[in-house]
Design a protein. Structure first.
Length: 235
């Protein structure tokens, strides 16, 4: 049984920076509250602010012609939204949708550029984060193509729980189908299979992770590979 713990109010990304650099970054940030389903950016938008989630988390959705889109990543308190500014890119290719309401640190793009010019350690940290994101995005493409729905759903629920810091998740079949690029009927079958194995409980859009270890065993190897990428690149 997974025990519930309160969502943290710190950015692990900022906390991992040298103390002096972290203090400078925080001094340039303001605390903002993000609402569930809030759209921070649409594809092609100019990035005017970057976000360091603390208790919130954001889905990165790539547009697909003729479809609502497909989620290719999440940003929780381990990362940042708008990291491509470190590469000189000031637009986003994703629809950035708040999946979990909560707090985040927000910093202007101008302030971030100033800190990047001043602090090489910040640029190194962002570059390593971008490498991790690229690896996870590529892995998601392979996962969508080759792995069965039950495994993909288990992986996605684990990723969501990692960001939400709680076993209780508000997720409708429609939302799951959108995020995984599946028909609603396929999500229903997969969720029922995980529930029959007593790994999750699902009722009217509310998912509870009952057996975290069992859910990890049910997920495809992509979840473990994601964690290994994070540990090797960001520690």
């Amino acid at each position: 049984m997974t025990s519930e713990s309160p969502a943290p109010v710190v950015s692990r990304f900022i906390a991992a920076l040298p103390r002096r650099v972290a203090a400078r970054v925080l001094a340039s940030c303001e605390s903002v509250e993000l609402a569930e389903s809030q759209v921070l950016y649409e594809p092609g938008d100019t990035v005017r602010h970057v976000y360091f989630p603390t208790s919130s988390f954001v889905s990165l959705i790539t547009p697909v012609h003729g479809h609502v889109g497909l989620e290719v990543g999440m940003v929780g308190n381990e990362g940042m939204l708008g990291a491509a500014l470190a590469l000189g890119v000031d637009t986003t290719p994703y629809r950035c949708l708040v999946q979990g309401a909560g707090l985040a640190w927000r910093m202007t793009a101008i302030a971030l550029r100033a800190e990047l010019a001043r602090e090489p350690s910040l640029k190194r940290r962002i570059n390593r984060y971008l490498c991790m994101r690229l690896a996870q995005t590529a892995r998601s493409a392979g996962c969508t193509r080759f792995h069965v729905v039950d495994e993909r759903l288990a992986r996605w629920l684990l990723m969501t729980q990692d960001c939400a810091h709680s076993p209780h998740l508000h997720l409708t079949h429609e939302f799951l189908a959108c995020m995984l690029g599946m028909r609603r009927a396929g999500i229903t079958t997969a969720a029922t299979a995980l529930q029959d194995r007593q790994l999750i409980a699902y009722h009217r859009g509310e998912v509870t992770v009952l057996d975290r270890t069992g859910l990890e065993a049910a997920a495809c190897g992509c979840y473990r590979a994601d964690r290994e990428s994070f540990d090797s690149l960001l520690g």
